[in-house]
Design a protein around this ligand. Structure first.
Ligand SMILES: [Zn+2]
Length: 54
């Protein structure tokens, strides 16, 4: 199941430096809510999201 989302990313520099385009991305779900930010952050797309069809 892939649930499209507006782009989002983590502001934590220790997290993978990618943005996500699916709200149920397994990697995106790891982002702590306090580090969650809307947009791409100028970062490349997450490989998992790409594999999900993003
Ligand atoms: Zn992702």
């Amino acid at each position: 199941m892939a649930i499209p989302s507006d782009p989002y990313y983590s502001t934590d520099p220790t997290d993978p430096r990618v943005h996500h385009v699916f709200s149920d991305c397994a990697n995106g779900e790891q982002i702590d809510p306090k580090n969650w930010a809307s947009g791409t952050g100028g970062l490349p797309k997450c490989g998992t999201c790409t594999n999900m069809g993003g």
